[in-house]
Design a protein around this ligand. Sequence first.
Ligand SMILES: [Fe+2]
Length: 377
Amino acid sequence: MHPLRKLFDNGTLNYDIEQFPMSDIILDQVQSFYPQVKSLDTMHESMNTNELYDLGHKVNRELYNTDFYKMLDEVISKYIQQESGEDFLIQRFPGVRFLPPNQDKEGSVLLFHQGRWVGNGLGMYTVWMPFTPCYESNSMQILDLDISQEITRKAVSERWSYEKLNDVCVEHSWPITLQPGQAHLFFQEHIHGNIPNRTGKTRCSTDIRILVKNGQCHRRWPGSYFRPLGKNFQKTPEFKKGEIIVTYAEYEGIKTKKLDLYFQSLVVKEYCRRAGIVPPYQHGENEGLNHTHLEHLVEKAGTDHILLTSMFSLPDDSNHRVAILKKAVASGCKIHLCNEDMIVETAEDIENVEYIRTFTNDWSSPVEQLEEELFGS
Ligand SMILES: [Fe+2]
């Protein structure tokens, strides 16, 4: 059993709100858009609640220009990593959300679910942190682990309807009751969800996920979804006039073998859009020929930049991967990993890629594992 499992079995984290005044930082950002807002839990009184979703996006963007995420990293480092001594990656883009009273009237009630049903692997743990008092129906509702596991098995094996699942979960759930300065810790098997908020108070919260070493990550890719705690390997690309820029796609990797060209191209096109360049000529690997086309581009084609969909577009074999990246660094060919916003141009960049790429090699599916357990393979 992983040591974090005990800490995260519906556990509570207490942090110093004087040292980490994250609620105040959020309020400042909200007030920069809506100066009339007096407090986070009463914001629905001075603005139209259907603007809250959009406001959430704006505030989240602005929070990157504040100390908010640095504080969040420090809280998790101080109260979880140092406590447990465990190494983990942390979610790259967590988001702050606002839950106004009577959110059901706008069709936005988060129904009951658990991590494995929404793409999370069982090597992931969740920190749910409110920035307003949360209680009764404005809080997240959660179930105990044993009941969650029992309901999960029955819902799958007996093919429950969505309504039945939700009704049973409501019956067995309880509201998380916390103040700012606290967070709730749970893992992916705990069923949780929201109910209509009848407290008359808005809830503001964030949830942030971590991935433990060698943990199952399922659909959350290290590098794009997760980054190292306290660090960001992201770089902003620069392209000079006259440089040769190409893209390259392949179907050899654990993550890319089922990702057809259209979807791989979308990631590269979005990267080009952000960088302000036209998507360049697209090279494609000869499927089954073991990245030889990429080696040619890196070593012999005089290419300045190669845009890859992801670090998972590189060979799965670590020795082969590092050999190609070393050749690229030696020849001055920059390798852009679009999904991760990383650029390999130095030996240190190769180390960073390897740290993330080898953080786990568990690519199994918790959904398939449960099906096998219940129905046999
Ligand atoms: Fe969730």
